[in-house]
Design a protein around this ligand. Sequence first.
Ligand SMILES: NC(=O)c1ccc[n+]([C@@H]2O[C@H](COP(=O)([O-])OP(=O)(O)OC[C@H]3O[C@@H](n4cnc5c(N)ncnc54)[C@H](O)[C@@H]3O)[C@@H](O)[C@H]2O)c1
Ligand SMILES: [Zn+2]
Length: 366
Amino acid sequence: METVKVDLGQRSYPIYIATDSLAKLGEMLKLYKAGKRFVVITNTIVDRHYGEKVLASLHAAKLTAGKIVVADGERHKNLRTLERIAGEMLQWGGDRQTVVIALGGGVIGDLAGFVAATFMRGIAFVQVPTTLLAQVDASIGGKVGINHPLGKNMLGAFHQPRLVWIDTATLQTLPRREIICGLAEIVKHALIRDPAYFAFLETNLDKLLQRDHGALNQAIHRSCEIKAAIVAKDERESDQRELLNFGHTVAHALEAATNYRRLRHGEAVLLGMIAEAYLSREADLLAGDTFTRIENFLKRFPLNVKLDSINISLVEQSMSFDKKVKDGQIRLVLLRGLGEAVVTANWPAAALPPALEYALHCFHQE
Ligand SMILES: NC(=O)c1ccc[n+]([C@@H]2O[C@H](COP(=O)([O-])OP(=O)(O)OC[C@H]3O[C@@H](n4cnc5c(N)ncnc54)[C@H](O)[C@@H]3O)[C@@H](O)[C@H]2O)c1
Ligand SMILES: [Zn+2]
């Protein structure tokens, strides 16, 4: 079992990474003295695969545990579901000593984490992420929240988990499209922080896409280290953590311009990274040959979405609504080289339409 620590003083916690470890979760929670009563919050799909395994593991360790199952999907990450979960917890006898276990992807992690942040003014929670994206990104850092009809993640909190338990075997049942989305965030980590990691990804992309255990475990470990280090330096997102937004300003605009329906978040991030790398080159920050290397790598992802009808001026419009606009200038995370990112409002606006055009047309469509 490998461990990565998230260093946050009194709120520090470990991330455990192993294959086939769900059955050992109960034992670990007992060792950890995390609490006596646990409530597993999951969705119907993840429950079908792993719900019983987790409950059995808790029961085997003689821990009291219940389970709350919600419907699958981003559209259920809302107040209504929060209210329903809180109701079930109250009826079940949940109290301040109850520990929430978030078993699922980022939707469940955000939702169950927000339940934990608010239930009786805050109770402990444990992340058991089962998507690649949640394992390398969403489960680490304590950002939790739900959506409001007027905007994504509009209600939320910072609430750190007590531990993150990653069983990489859960990725074997994940749809391929979700693997690609997780890999997009992994590539982002390499691009903003670590050129050697980028080279590793170049060499191992095919293995990663085929869910090779060794390659996946290595990537998950390195990405957890990178995310943990950034979170440790900047828990509340003032400067360092902003670097994690590389590719995301364009990605969020692409998602908004397609009504959050056509593109998965990670797919939008792949396109966003190409567009923002292009802008980095146009801003004279990134050398032309490095741009080409990045682009050649990103183009190897099998992106199976129709892109040609995306309206570029709508994407541009959505970008100006992004949260990171300060004083009318859009602040972007741009690359100065492999593994080196900067936040800047100083980039040529005229290069935006061609950058978007370029990103939307450079993928070989299956
Ligand atoms: N808090 C953060 O820092 C942070 C960071 C990034 C994203 N997020 C949030 O995460 C969410 C996206 O998370 P996601 O990409 O994991 O999507 P998701 O949670 O919707 O999971 C994707 C799909 O995979 C299914 N699934 C999950 N695990 C599975 C498994 N092991 N086998 C088979 N199917 C499985 C889910 O039921 C779902 O249908 C968004 O709501 C986003 O806002 C949060
Ligand atoms: Zn992201």
